[in-house]
Design a binder for this molecule. Structure first.
Ligand code: ZN
Ligand code: ZN
Length: 355
């Protein structure tokens, strides 16, 4: 059973005859194609893959189980033809199709093809990983860990946040990563209170906390991890915040298994942080799914009713951000298994001092 077959079953359950797949990660997932222009039509009797002349050779090597076509320069033009001679409900990825693109599709499609918003059908499939996908994500996590260890060997205090971030990205590429899976975060002291801080040209001070949030993309799959380091003797307030996040992370991690909703998992960490008096300083969700995309289904947060299920890969990343003072985040990358979970992140979580 191919991924496209599994998608077809879901389509039929939704009353759709086919799905137009335009999101490039979804396209890659279903067809194997890694280029930047193409689409697929997936249905019981429809397995079309269309790209432009630049990618014809690449597609011939990558795309299996689809009828490959070279489309016109404006690719959607290929959708004018190739349909069965009967009315047809064609789903489209409404979260990934612009209003303009939708207008063009409607113009080009025959009248008997009805365009139906289909939501995140492929993303839902992607949320449950196959064994080889789990291996790829685990390998990306190992590579990222090794890259960070190499960078930490030179210490943190006195180097600029930007220099550390660039060094880490370089180390990941040197070890075989295609690219960082997102822009590396290195943020010290008060700057770390911004959960998505951009590295600055500022030297990292001694005796404070530094958040490093980084990941590698390897064979298309992402890793995502955060550690917070000390650059010397920590003031009592910072040591206390660190200990609280460490405890919240450990408890949330132990709750990761098939069954609970994203909201329930989030609540485990949130309760610990609220009891410690920092509820107002944990302003984001507990975590998110990771795969071909660094943020994908499922979400773990206060508004998530999605249930954790075996085969998902999620992050567990509570944080405390005290404006102007400091930030602490500890993030593990975790696979949900039948028996509970398996942690892919390998670096220790107790506070580590790097002068
Ligand atoms: Zn992260
Ligand atoms: Zn994350």
């Amino acid at each position: 059973v191919t991924r496209a077959d599994r998608l077809t079953e879901r389509l039929e359950a939704e009353g759709l005859d086919a799905l137009l797949v335009t999101d490039l990660l979804n396209l890659r997932y279903l067809t194997g194609f890694t280029g930047s222009n193409g689409f697929a039509v997936v249905g019981r009797e429809l397995r079309r893959f269309v790209t432009d002349f630049r990618y014809v050779t690449q597609a011939a090597g990558q795309v299996r189980g689809f009828d490959r076509e070279e489309g016109p320069r404006e690719l959607h033009g290929a959708l004018a033809t190739g349909w069965p001679d009967r009315p047809l409900r064609l789903g489209f990825e409404d979260h990934a199709v612009s209003v303009k693109a939708h207008g063009k599709l409607r113009e080009v499609l025959p009248d008997r093809v009805e365009l139906v918003p289909a939501g995140t059908l492929v993303e839902d499939l992607r949320a449950i990983k196959e064994p080889l996908e789990l291996q790829a994500i685990a390998a990306a996590a190992v590579l990222a860990d090794e890259a960070l260890e190499a960078v930490l060997a030179q210490g943190l205090a006195g180097r600029t946040e930007r220099a550390v971030a660039l060094d880490l990205e370089q180390e990941m590429r040197l070890r075989g990563a295609q690219e960082p899976s997102f822009a590396t975060i290195v943020a010290a002291a008060g700057h770390a209170a911004l959960p998505h801080a951009e590295p600055r040209d500022e030297p990292i001070p001694p005796d404070t906390l530094v958040i490093v949030d980084w990941g590698a993309r390897l064979d298309g799959y992402c890793s995502d991890c955060t550690r917070t380091f000390a650059t010397g003797r920590l003031p009592e307030e910072l040591a206390a915040i660190y200990a609280l996040v460490e405890r919240a992370q450990a408890q949330a991690l132990s709750a990761i298994c098939p069954g609970p909703t994203g909201r329930e998992a989030d609540a485990v960490a949130r309760e610990v942080i609220e009891e410690g008096g920092h509820g107002a300083h944990f302003g984001h969700g507990l975590g998110h799914g990771v795969g071909l995309d660094v943020h994908e289904a499922p979400r773990l947060g206060q508004a998530s009713e999605q249930r954790l299920a075996a085969g998902q890969v999620v992050t567990v990343e509570p944080g405390i951000y005290v404006p102007g003072v400091a930030g602490v985040r500890i993030e593990d990358l975790v696979a949900v298994t039948e028996a509970g979970h398996e942690v892919f992140s390998g670096l220790p979580k107790e506070v580590r001092v790097l002068a």
